[in-house]
Design a protein around this ligand. Structure first.
Ligand code: GLP
Length: 241
């Protein structure tokens, strides 16, 4: 049931992902959704808000777990994934915010917060549908190259290419170098995974993830071991396949 769907452009790819989620919510209104951030996801959330306003979807019984969060940012910081999710989706739909989860990057003990997050996923989950983006270096969540297949939610140090890719979100130049992320094993526990990749900057990562088998230098290659993954990519990101 795994495969690659190629859309003509980024907008159509985001529409397809949103349509998959809307259809899924009709089937399972109390779904546990795994959510992702990143510029790639912004049009997906815009589509979901539009679908909600049109009466085509409800999140009233859903729970959500985001993949990751920066360490050390207040949750109100505009670049924190908690505030980003509120701004892009949660503030505009009928979701019960007490059932939306983002790792607590501001905890005094981030490693303990990571362990609590893993336990919360285990208690509420499994995640029914996990949305994923992909980093230019093949990362998923903030699982950078070198992340083991059996990794769980933990504190990680961001690679320089990831810092460069996300610098624009920190106009004051003060960017966290650490994050809490679901591990690769945590992600692979989801029943179904949708990965969205758009634009030429993702081309190499998409090719490497499809080379066959798990390559520790390309975390997204771990998805080859999952039975229900759909890659939705635009023509630019798919060009090397
Ligand atoms: C970020 C996030 C990932 C995201 C990826 C791609 O750093 N932690 O969850 O999928 O990198 O981001 P973008 O969509 O902005 O290219």
């Amino acid at each position: 049931r795994s495969g690659v769907t190629v859309a003509p452009d980024a907008r159509e790819a985001a529409r397809l992902v949103a349509a998959r989620i809307v259809a899924f919510m009709k089937e399972k209104p109390d779904a546990v959704l795994g959510l992702a951030t990143g510029a790639t996801m912004e049009p997906v959330y815009a589509e979901l808000v539009a679908a909600y306003r049109a009466g085509n979807v409800s999140f009233a019984s859903a729970s959500t777990f985001n993949l990751d969060e920066y360490v050390g940012l207040a949750s109100e910081h505009p670049a924190a994934y908690r505030s980003t999710m509120n701004r892009l989706l949660f503030d505009h739909v009928d979701i019960d915010k007490t059932r939306t989860h983002v790792p607590d990057g501001h905890a005094s003990d981030p490693s303990a917060a990571a362990a609590r997050y893993e336990a919360a996923i285990a208690a509420t989950g499994p995640i029914d549908l996990q949305l994923l983006g992909i980093g230019r270096n093949g990362h998923i969540g903030f699982n950078e190259p070198g992340s083991p297949l059996d990794s769980r939610t933990r504190v990680v140090e961001l690679h320089s290419s990831t810092l460069d890719a996300n610098r624009a979100f920190f106009p004051d130049g003060r960017m966290p170098h650490f994050a809490i992320t679901m591990g690769i094993a945590t992600i692979l526990q989801a029943r179904r995974i949708l990965l969205l990749a758009t634009g030429p900057a993702k081309r190499d990562a998409v090719v490497r993830a499809h080379a066959g088998g798990f390559d520790i230098d390309c975390p997204a290659s771990a998805l080859s071991g999952h039975a229900n993954v759909e890659w939705i990519v635009d023509a630019e990101a798919a060009a090397g396949l």
